[in-house]
Design a protein around this ligand. Structure first.
Ligand SMILES: [Zn+2]
Length: 391
């Protein structure tokens, strides 16, 4: 291990001392799921816990009332950020386990804060709202909250331990078709169906899948299927999520999907309005840093693989962070492999268990040690930066 035993032990002790408060935080967030940008209780509870350790908390960065930041240590050396997410999903609550991400990040920050002054440098806790579709980290990036950082890290719960699994670049496309309504029985010849165009868009896109590179995901649903059964639909709309392993392929597939919608509109003689909403960038996992995290995890009896080709990939605004600051986003299991996945009811239930909270504490210890190792070693910071620059 590349940090002195006494620092490692000090971090373990700090997390143990905070364990009760961290488990309570995870449980409170789990019992009070709040949607993106509405994480009022979560942000307040995190701020309260950090402030109780006599560390100042700033709130409301980047125009988001539920964002927050705290700093510890001494500016001048390295600077490392630990990120907390805390938003939940509609209807299924904390099915992505962001309550555990928050507890792990706060635990890591408080532990690292206790030893940061001994090694020099600064550790920063960033509370990042709205990962689920709101892109809070992108707003924080735009506001300069990630400026001057050597590294950024967080952990995410999963069904297996992985140090550097992929996350896909993503965007959303909305197609609104406008046709000509007419009586569907008495005068079908007088109408032009927006719904036919909408459905044809799905069929045309499906036909293009043979041309997509590995890892591409295109999935959509109809948000407006017409107005009444006896009217040729004047309006119909659908929304697609497009994902790819990198931004270049994402852009290429976006153009194909858009072309299909325009082709469908032309075939039905209706108009289409296309709206593109920016999603997230692909995750550029910093392997140098991920392996350091993995060493600390393994030293605590939890060896992890780097990735698993059997496992699919989602998207996260941590991807955007990773394009600006060397970053890691390791996954740690809170359920047995294959037992449940993010965004399922079973995963939501698992995120509220004591077993899951123990995983958050393991993440806290490994992140704190990784952060301290980064602060302590200019050579490691340099190696991390060199890998990031080479991408
Ligand atoms: Zn998540």
């Amino acid at each position: 291990m590349a940090i002195p035993q006494e620092l490692s032990a000090a971090i373990d002790d700090a997390v143990a001392a905070d364990a009760h408060d961290l488990i309570t935080l995870a449980a409170n967030l789990h019992a009070n799921p709040e949607l993106r940008f509405e994480e009022v209780k979560a942000a307040a509870w995190i701020a309260e816990l950090v402030a109780s350790r006599n560390i100042a908390v700033e709130s409301g960065l980047a125009g988001m009332p539920t964002s927050l930041r705290a700093r510890a240590g001494a500016p001048g050396g390295g600077r490392v950020a630990i990120l907390a997410e805390y938003d939940a999903l509609p209807e299924i609550g904390h099915a992505c386990g962001h309550n555990l991400i928050a507890a792990g990040a706060v635990g890591a920050f408080l532990a690292a804060a206790q030893v940061a002054e001994r090694v020099g440098g600064e550790v920063v806790l960033l509370g990042t709202p709205a990962e689920e579709g709101g892109g809070g980290k992108i707003k924080l990036l735009d506001a300069g909250a990630f400026d001057g950082l050597d590294a950024a890290m967080m952990f995410h719960p999963a069904d297996r331990d992985l140090l550097a699994h992929a996350a896909l670049a993503s965007l959303w496309l909305t197609f609104e078709f406008t046709g000509t309504p007419s009586h569907a029985a008495a005068a079908p010849h007088a109408g032009a169906s927006a719904l036919t165009a909408c459905m044809d868009a799905f069929r045309l896109i499906d036909g293009q899948r043979v041309h997509f590179r590995d890892g591409v995901r295109v999935h959509g649903y109809i948000t407006n299927g017409g107005q009444a059964v006896n009217i040729i639909p004047e309006r119909a709309a659908c929304e697609f999520s497009v994902r790819a392993r990198d931004v270049a392929e994402l852009d290429r597939v976006r153009a194909i999907v858009e072309r299909c919608a325009r082709g469908a509109a032309m075939a039905s003689g209706v108009a289409v309005q296309v709206t593109v909403r920016q999603g997230y960038k692909d995750m550029r996992n910093n392997l140098t840093m991920a392996r350091v995290f993995g060493e600390h995890l393994a030293a605590a009896g939890r060896p992890a693989r780097e990735t698993d080709p059997q496992l699919g990939a989602g998207s996260t605004d941590m991807g955007d962070v990773s394009h600006v600051v060397p970053s890691i986003h390791p996954y740690l299991a809170i359920v047995g492999e294959g037992e449940a996945m993010c965004h399922e009811h079973r995963f939501a239930a698992a995120a509220g268990t004591d077993h899951a909270a123990q995983t958050a504490l393991a993440a806290a210890r490994a992140m704190a040690k990784t952060a301290i190792e980064l602060l302590q070693s200019p050579a490691l910071r340099q190696a991390v930066r060199a890998e990031w620059s080479a991408r």
